[in-house]
Design a protein around this ligand. Structure first.
Ligand SMILES: [Zn+2]
Length: 269
């Protein structure tokens, strides 16, 4: 502080004064020049660009080199196709071989229809996957014959007469052609979905899940190809108040958990 006071006290020679004035002028010019191209280079000015005047005089290039990078690195794009089946969607249009399911229109409880939630959540999962470059097929109850994809997930919500039953269920085809691969998809979704939603896993897997028609290409033409990794998920119980609050009121969380599980599986292949 004292040295600065002395320097501004009039002891400078005229030549030095001119030099200082030139440096100051240069400082203003450099300051302006470094600001404009730096912001242009960055593209966005989310964070203020701070360039000290003394740095700008001494090392004008350093201002550009050390400018903070404000452009976030996008996550890597994933080259894959995923089929999301909306449970019970357009069940009335199921083909003759699955005519017994025409009346399987899904659960309803607390003023909510399972089909509506399945469709809303599947659309949100689809948007999250599409944002990562993944091709998504939103499928109704009727599966295109021999459907092939890198992953297939049938989306349902659960129902039980006991309102205390809660949690999510995951199952693969009991007769899977590649159980290790299907289990890898199942584990990835169980892990991400459980962690994201805080939902416990319900181990009471039903035969309706392990023999789900969309997996059974031996019995039905309208089923996924045996090469397609597939699981069925019951996202939670519509008949449980806290599960229903999640499925209805925290859909972005539910969708993020399921999408993250699918992404984790695809990236692990
Ligand atoms: Zn269902």
């Amino acid at each position: 502080m004292s040295r600065n006071t002395r320097e501004s006290g009039g002891y400078l020679s005229p030549v030095l004064s001119i030099l200082v004035a030139l440096l100051l002028a240069l400082g203003v010019i450099v300051f302006q020049e470094t600001r404009i191209p730096a912001v242009t280079l960055l593209g966005v000015a989310a964070a203020p660009l701070v360039v000290g005047a003394s740095d700008a005089i001494g090392t004008p290039q350093a201002a550009i080199v050390t400018a903070p990078t404000t452009v976030p690195t996008p996550p890597p794009s994933i080259n894959a196709r995923v089929g999301l089946q909306v449970g019970h969607w357009q069940a009335a249009d199921l083909p003759a071989e699955l005519a017994s399911l025409h009346t399987e229109t899904g659960a309803s409880a607390g003023g909510y229809e399972e089909l509506d939630l399945n469709l809303q959540l599947a659309r949100q999962v689809a948007a999250l996957l599409t944002a990562r470059g993944i091709t998504v097929d939103l499928l109704p109850a009727t599966i295109p014959p021999g459907y092939r994809a890198d992953a297939f997930v049938a989306i349902h919500c659960d129902y039980n007469n006991d309102p205390a039953m809660s949690g999510f269920k995951l199952a693969r085809y009991g007769d899977s052609a590649n159980p290790a691969r299907d289990d890898a998809l199942l584990r990835a979704i169980a892990s991400a979905y459980g962690a994201t939603t805080g939902q416990p896993i319900d181990p009471h897997i039903t035969r309706a899940m392990t023999s789900y028609y969309a997996f059974n290409s031996g019995a039905f033409a309208h089923a996924i190809a045996p090469q397609t990794p597939g699981v069925i998920i019951e996202l939670g119980f519509l008949t449980n108040a806290s599960d229903r609050a999640l499925l209805v009121g925290a859909q972005p969380t539910v969708a993020t958990g399921l999408a993250q599980g699918i992404i984790d599986y695809l990236r692990s292949r």
